[in-house]
Write a new protein. Structure first.
Length: 373
């Protein structure tokens, strides 16, 4: 499907004021697991109006994350952020990332003006309703978009930059350290790879053979094709020990491989945990709690044993976004965006199906200025 850029037109604020309803993408009934794309609809919903400390942003771009799909189907951590009640009268609107222009201000807003280009700070409570023409956000969850980044680049970069830089903050890596990034071609992985290179680290990327050129392009010093070799076995065979392993895939097999090749002072940092693709399944509360208890146990036991540390998660985005974006700009770090789609149901549903294969590289971004022809 080809796309063209919409021509510049009416004043953004006047258009917003005259729109009682807007287009938004969401669901009006619960989807089966793995079938979110089949339930998506382009809806007409009331245009949001800001109050108090809120601003209303006209969306220019929004990135597509696998976690948004998990939220819509209520799996893994999505069970906390997903729909509690869904109907035609009360649809669940998807989308989290925001890059756009302020078109209206609540009475208590300070530090922002109509016309400012802004991005949303990822919220730890979960975000929804960004696959829409407009979204209201409290001013504490936005910041001015760096002028060096286009709306597409900003939408693609922010979440991954916060997660990657927040996880690196737990590792205490320094220049000259030898690190591994598992899942280096994914959005979080490729951002982690670039951040580590900016710190002066030597990085081994773990990816499929199809992604070798991609991770080389983004700075990988060495590469292990996981479809052929286990990175832990390769390291042991070559007598290599690493300072840190960053896991962007999940699974106890990754953890086991990492602990075979980490220095005693090293760290295993996972943003996923012991279950690969945890968001693919509807876990019972006992199963979910078992995973959380395992993580706590691993973090505790590795500290007590004095060997390589096990760490999980990342620092809150609101605590790292400024440092992360400063580094992005200083070292010209960018999120690859191999696919940009218009704000239309057919290309977005296809993009979701592609993301669910776990073979997509970088980020897919919705560009609201595009239309199909």
């Amino acid at each position: 499907m080809s796309t063209v850029t919409s021509p510049p037109g009416e004043d953004l604020v006047d258009t917003y004021i005259r729109m009682p309803q807007m287009r938004a993408i969401g669901i009006t009934e619960y989807p089966e697991i793995g079938r979110v794309a089949d339930k998506l609809k382009m809806l007409n919903v009331p245009t949001p109006r800001p109050c108090g400390s809120e601003v209303c942003v006209k969306l220019a771009a929004s990135a597509m994350h696998i976690d948004e799909i998990y939220a819509a189907q209520g799996t893994a951590l999505g069970r906390f952020f997903g729909p509690k009640k869904v109907s035609e009268e009360s649809p669940f609107l998807l989308g989290s990332s925001v890059s756009g222009t302020i078109v209206a201000l609540g009475d208590d807003v300070s530090g922002f003006r109509i016309g400012d280009e802004v991005i949303a700070i990822p919220a730890e409570k979960g975000d929804v309703a960004s696959w829409a023409e407009y979204r209201c956000l409290d001013q504490k969850w936005i910041r001015h978009k760096p002028s060096e980044l286009s709306h597409v680049d900003a939408a693609a970069t922010v979440m991954a930059a916060c997660v990657a830089w927040g996880s690196i903050g737990f590792s205490d890596v320094k220049s000259g350290d030898h690190c591994v990034v598992v899942g280096a071609s994914g959005a979080i992985g490729v951002m982690t790879l670039q951040f580590l290179k900016s710190l002066g680290c030597h990085v081994t990327a773990v990816c499929s053979g199809a992604s070798i050129a991609f991770v080389k392009q983004h700075g990988a010093d060495e590469i292990v094709d996981y479809t052929k070799d286990d990175f832990g076995d390769v390291a042991v065979a070559n007598g290599v020990l690493y300072d840190a392993v960053f896991d962007c895939v999940g699974g106890r097999d990754v953890e086991a491989s990492a602990f075979r090749c980490l220095k005693k002072t090293g760290v295993f940092e996972t943003v996923v945990g012991p279950m690969k693709y945890i968001g693919e399944k509807k876990l019972s509360w006992p199963a979910f709690l078992k995973i959380m208890l395992y993580i706590v146990w691993r973090m505790t036991i590795t500290r007590l044993n004095g060997g390589p540390r096990y760490t999980f998660g990342e620092k809150y985005p609101r605590l790292v976004i400024n440092d992360a974006l400063d580094r992005v700009l200083k070292y010209n770090i960018r999120m690859p965006v191999p696919k940009i789609v218009p704000f239309e149901i057919e290309p977005i549903t296809q993009a979701i199906r592609d993301i669910q294969t776990h073979r997509s590289k970088g980020r897919t971004v919705i560009d609201f200025s595009l239309r199909s022809v």
